[in-house]
Design a protein around this ligand. Structure first.
Ligand SMILES: Nc1ncnc2c1ncn2[C@@H]1O[C@H](COP(=O)(O)OP(=O)(O)OP(=O)(O)O)[C@@H](O)[C@H]1O
Ligand SMILES: [Mg+2]
Length: 330
């Protein structure tokens, strides 16, 4: 068994090395790089949102290039059909039967690029598959591979030609990460990198990268699940989620600003992501700060502001911050 060979420290070193390699390619976006690894370790789908040209696609491609798993990219467009994603049954006259032709969703790593540029039907097909880990076509159900990770990108909703994702289905994303603009230093380094890449392309010298075997990923996931979460930390985590459903115990004005709070899927995600963060930091226990570190990315898309609060400029992000400010630390 391959996973028994690797010592815990070595396994963790692999992921730290992966993070460093990705940080060299995706400059000045440490949070994005970190979240890619957290999603991988916590076995969850990632939604990355940001303005055009902020390396969302590049970051996911860079990760895929370093994993020993098949990768597919699907560009979401207004004319995309659910079958373009899932696949279709094709009639084989010579055999007198239908044959299933699997679509791109049957890849272990799927980059769903610009997910909010496809109509609701396609989004639903994707999000259903993400939740159930299976696809039904023509009355037959096909299991999706393991690992199965969807890394989706989207531009901010305000952009033209976008279809907002169905709110209830956003819950299926483990994290919703927002990417901002890099600082001046990082911008200069991006220019340098772009020049180096353009030159390498002219010389036709593609960089050879080491791919992480899936056995290492599964062993790391096992280690993450084995970390210790002390009861007070678990209570804190649960309290954060419960407070999103009933904030009146802390602040009645805040409660009125929340239309709905996070589901149990949110608590599970919060726990798994906090574990992954602790493991990546080389610890064998989870702290309240690990929970706080991932709470915005885990909860922002699961907490919906009320109609009035939205009009006053509140969004999931601000609501999570307000909850973090109010729920007392253990
Ligand atoms: N932080 C960064 N580090 C390295 N390269 C970057 C960074 N930000 C942008 N780039 C470069 O900018 C270009 C655009 O990146 P990319 O296509 O990944 O953007 P995107 O966020 O997916 O944009 P869109 O929303 O338009 O699809 C790429 O060549 C990428 O390498
Ligand atoms: Mg892109």
């Amino acid at each position: 068994m391959e996973h028994a060979v690797e010592q815990p420290g070595q396994l963790q070193a692999r992921f730290v090395a992966l993070r460093e390699a990705l940080s060299e390619e995706i400059v000045g976006q440490p949070a994005l790089v970190d979240r890619l690894l957290v999603a991988l370790l916590a076995d969850g789908h990632l939604l990355v949102e940001g303005a055009p040209g902020l390396a969302k696609t590049s970051a996911i491609r860079a990760l895929a290039a370093r994993l020993d798993a098949e990768f597919a990219r699907l560009q979401f467009t207004p004319d995309l059909l659910p079958a373009d994603l899932t696949g279709t049954e094709i009639w084989r006259p010579q055999d007198g039967r239908f044959e299933f032709q699997a679509g791109p969703i049957f890849h272990p790593l799927l980059l769903a690029d610009e997910i909010n540029r496809a109509p609701a039907k396609v989004q639903s097909a994707l999000l259903e598959a993400m939740g159930e880990r299976q696809v039904t076509v023509g009355g037959r159900t096909y299991p999706l591979p393991d690992p199965f990770l969807v890394m989706a990108t989207q531009n901010p909703i305000e952009q033209e030609g976008t279809f907002p994702l169905p709110e209830a289905q956003l819950d299926r994303f483990l994290m919703h990460v927002r990417v901002g603009y890099p600082d001046a230093g990082a911008e200069a380094r991006i220019l340098q990198l772009a020049r180096e890449r353009a030159l390498a392309q002219l010389d036709a010298q593609p960089e050879a990268v080491e791919r992480m075997p899936l056995a290492a990923l599964f062993a790391a996931r096992r280690a993450v699940l084995a970390l210790h979460v002390a009861p007070p930390v678990e209570r804190y985590l649960v309290e954060l989620v419960l407070a999103s459903r009933d904030a009146a115990r802390y602040d009645t004005a805040l409660a009125a600003r929340i239309a709905w709070g996070a589901s149990p899927r949110g608590s599970i995600a919060l726990e798994r992501c906090a574990r992954a963060v602790a493991w990546l930091a080389g610890r064998d226990f989870v702290t309240p700060d690990d929970v706080r570190a991932v709470a915005p990315d885990v909860l922002r898309h699961r907490i919906l502001p009320s109609y009035e609060a939205t009009a006053e400029g509140w969004d999931g992000e601000r609501l999570v911050q307000a909850l973090l400010d109010r729920v007392p630390l253990p």
